[in-house]
Write a protein that binds this ligand. Sequence first.
Ligand code: FAD
Length: 433
Amino acid sequence: MTDYAGAEASLWAYTVPKRYVGAALADDVSCDVAVIGAGFTGLRAALELAEAGTNVTVLDSGGVGWGASGRNGGQVNPMLPVFRPDDLLKAVGPTYFERLASVSLGSADALFDLIRKYGIDCDARQKGWLRVDHCAKARDTARKGAKLWMEYGADFEFLEGDEVRRLSGSPIYDSAVMARKGGAVQPLALVTGLAFAAEKAGARIFERTAVGAMARGEDGWVLDCGTHKVRAAQVVLATNGYSGAVRPDVMRVILPVTTTQIATDSLPDDLYDTLLPEGHTIADTRRSIMYSRREPHNRFVYGGAGASGRDGTPRGFDALRRDAQRIYPQLKGVKWRWQWGGKIAVTEDRVPRFMEPEPGLLVGMGYNGRGVAMSHVMGKVLADRALGAPADSLPFPVSKPDPMAFRRIQALGKGIAITAMQMMDRYEMRAGA
Ligand SMILES: Cc1cc2nc3c(=O)[nH]c(=O)nc-3n(C[C@H](O)[C@H](O)[C@H](O)COP(=O)(O)OP(=O)(O)OC[C@H]3O[C@@H](n4cnc5c(N)ncnc54)[C@H](O)[C@@H]3O)c2cc1C
């Protein structure tokens, strides 16, 4: 059975209908494309490549869904975490703005279509997503941003007052952007279904196979996986928040940040009925973000920024339980049966990165906690590029790793920077700033 380590403690590991069971690499392998990382990004790329007749091999040091893809909140969000179109325009320029706006606003529909196409049993629900504002300044930005995004075709609505409190089930928030295309999936079931689909299309998937080093020779890439090697003409690196020393230049472009979740067991009907009564998913605008959703059997899931211990395990669950009770006072005294966490990859401008550090090495990552839908966009783009799509035809600008990324946070220290963000959130919420 796949070892899900930290993810094993999740509600998703408990409710996943079927698990993927794969072998570790036990021989040398040669292929057209090697994909490092068996999460949404890597497996979506592998699925597209295998369907196009490419000989593709997927390698993961844990297993299918071991990273964020098997542990996340399962919220399908049809937008990048860039609140105003002009910020995205500034980050990527007019050509890529048009393309990125279009693929990100269409990303939720595209994902639900994919789930239907492959018949993936992952409790997919498209009932809409609420992004609620934690302070007056956020409300202002959201109101203006929603109006502008609607001019680019976003199916958004700006809501205020009692309707927000009714739909959220929380007395805390006064305003929200409703994104009707949003929804939810059981993430571990989705990534597992994707693995089965990729394998059926011809991809080979190896679990418990860490790539320790990679080098480019005359005939392509050689990946060192301990006792065995994988040779490939091209490599797709899809390791996101779990990127390690295999490419230190890529690691500098993203900041891995831990986020944690807790889930209740079955709640009484009269309590459960007050929480997100119309089945929306919800997230707020805090830097240390809250996100939650309801589940079958009257369960409720609540997430937020956490912390990692020295051993890398997620921490901060007591603070998360306190936060849940502050946002939803009716949850006082409930028993939280599950707790787990994982790592997201943050970029400086909140825009995902498509990089080609060297010929034949394609890298896609940096979804800033909004990767459930966008990683599928990226996976397809990685496959298109590996199949020969011109660099200037893609929705993402192709970049090289930026050696200056996160200089300020590196100088401050990541832990201090995150604590500072949480303090600013608390101040803004109290002051209604
Ligand atoms: C707790 C949590 C909640 C989240 N909630 C949401 C949400 O509600 N909505 C949303 O849109 N997004 C959410 N996200 C973000 C989303 O899960 C990610 O953006 C997305 O899953 C990234 O997918 P990926 O395939 O790129 O990376 P991952 O799923 O992280 O996969 C990377 C894989 O690379 C493997 N790997 C790393 N190094 C190596 C190596 N050297 N050799 C072999 N394998 C290697 C790892 O084992 C891992 O399986 C959340 C993330 C977390 C952690």
